[in-house]
Design a protein around this ligand. Structure first.
Ligand code: SF4
Ligand code: SF4
Length: 386
């Protein structure tokens, strides 16, 4: 795609990045077939290619209407289009740049409501007041004791997950202890930055990100060289920290280290000896979070692990499509989000599983509002079987 970004903008690092991404799109339209909003709404402007054009004209000519903003807002940032795109267009980065650029066109009432939600979700002291109303699970198993460890890992506890589903981190610690790994937990006071970053507040995100990088990288000096994430949305954000700093930034090298050392729990277990874990026969379906399959580019990883452990994993139609949770999306786009959830649950429950498992707290909370079938993080299944 040819571009004519204003000279001053295209000389900035953000401008260069946007220009490179825009130029990599060859308008082929393959991405339309896997875009959930295009499938539901049938409008080219609600497709990846259409949104790329909208962002291009905003960056080139400052041409952007309220309607254009609506089309960008309807994007789930699920990144299914990245998985499909044969030209490697980094749509996720482009849409973040585009959204920040056009944020000033947003009506005041929307800015106020988005600001309030953002502050509530990223301030643990505030969030912990309301969290009991939405709690998904409490701790369900005893602590697994282990005397001898062969390694130590740092666990990202998350900011909302401990309040909403404390059993996920508990189960992770039990499974890791069973496999001989000692867990050090982050005293994470701040959100990973994802909420700010994806609601057009990159400066607020950067403050949190720098605090996290300082805090977590201090553990590397004590020999810890793996950071484990159990929420794929947070894991993706941390893996992307490196993209937010220029090579001459004082934080760049530390960001590289933090991003490279961060692993989803499934990624960490992939090459480990799992023979200490009992074989279980539960009939399950897996909801593959977009942040895991499209963002972290780890499709099929959890499915392979669970099959290896003996779980009866049933196939899910259209597993590549978003469930409609997508961070704060379900709050701001309830109609599309609910439709996507209905479709997803239909596919997840088709084979009548005993349990639906997922790998992200946001998806778990969103899906559980639409079904009576129990929904857990898959690591909880492993702990239940110990
Ligand atoms: S598939 Fe990739 S190259 Fe083709 S239109 Fe979509 S984003 Fe552009
Ligand atoms: S991120 Fe998802 S919703 Fe947005 S354009 Fe890409 S496929 Fe469509």
């Amino acid at each position: 795609m040819q571009t004519k970004l204003p000279q001053q903008f295209s000389r900035s690092s953000i401008g260069q990045k946007a220009d490179n991404i825009l130029r990599s799109c060859v308008h082929c339209g393959f991405c339309l077939a896997t875009c959930p909003t295009y499938q539901l709404l049938g409008d080219e402007l609600d497709s990846p290619r259409g949104r790329i054009y909208l962002i291009k004209s905003a960056l080139e000519d400052n041409q952007f209407s309220r309607d254009s903003l609506t089309h960008l807002d309807r994007c789930l940032t699920c990144r299914a289009c990245e998985t499909t795109c044969p030209s490697g267009v980094e749509y996720g980065e482009l849409v973040d740049i585009g959204r920040t650029f056009v944020e000033h066109t947003r009506p005041l009432w929307q800015r106020v409501s988005r600001y309030s939600v953002r502050k509530l979700l990223t301030n643990p002291s505030l969030f912990n007041i309301v969290a009991p109303l939405f709690r998904q699970s409490s701790i369900q198993t005893a602590v697994t004791e282990q005397q001898l460890f062969k390694g130590r890992v740092l666990l990202l506890t998350g900011c909302v997950q401990p309040a909403l589903a404390p059993n996920i981190n508990h189960a992770t610690k039990n499974v890791l202890a069973t496999l001989g790994f000692e867990v050090v937990e982050t005293a994470q006071k701040e959100c990973c930055g994802a909420v700010d970053q994806h609601t057009s507040a990159p400066n607020d995100a950067l403050i949190k990100i720098k605090q996290n990088i300082d805090q977590w990288s201090a553990h590397f000096e004590s020999g810890i060289d793996v950071i484990i994430s159990t929420a794929s949305g947070c894991g993706l954000m941390v893996k992307d920290y490196v993209k937010l700093f220029e090579p001459d930034d004082a934080y760049y090298q530390k960001a590289v280290q933090v991003s490279e050392k961060t692993k989803d729990i499934a990624e960490f277990l992939l090459d480990k000896d799992l023979s200490a874990l009992p074989v279980a026969k539960t009939k399950i379906t897996f909801q593959a979070p977009c942040s895991l399959q499209h963002g972290q580019k780890l499709p099929g990883l959890v499915e392979g692990l669970l099959t290896k452990l003996g779980y009866e994993l049933r196939p899910v139609t259209d597993a590549h499509l978003c469930c409609g949770s997508a961070g704060t999306y379900s709050l701001f786009q309830p109609a599309i989000s609910t439709q996507l959830r209905t479709n997803k649950l239909q596919h997840l429950t088709q084979s009548e599983p005993d349990v639906i498992v997922t790998a992200n707290i946001g998806c778990q909370m969103h899906l559980s509002k639409g079904t009576k079938t129990p929904i857990k993080h898959w690591i909880e299944l492993l702990d239940d079987a110990l």
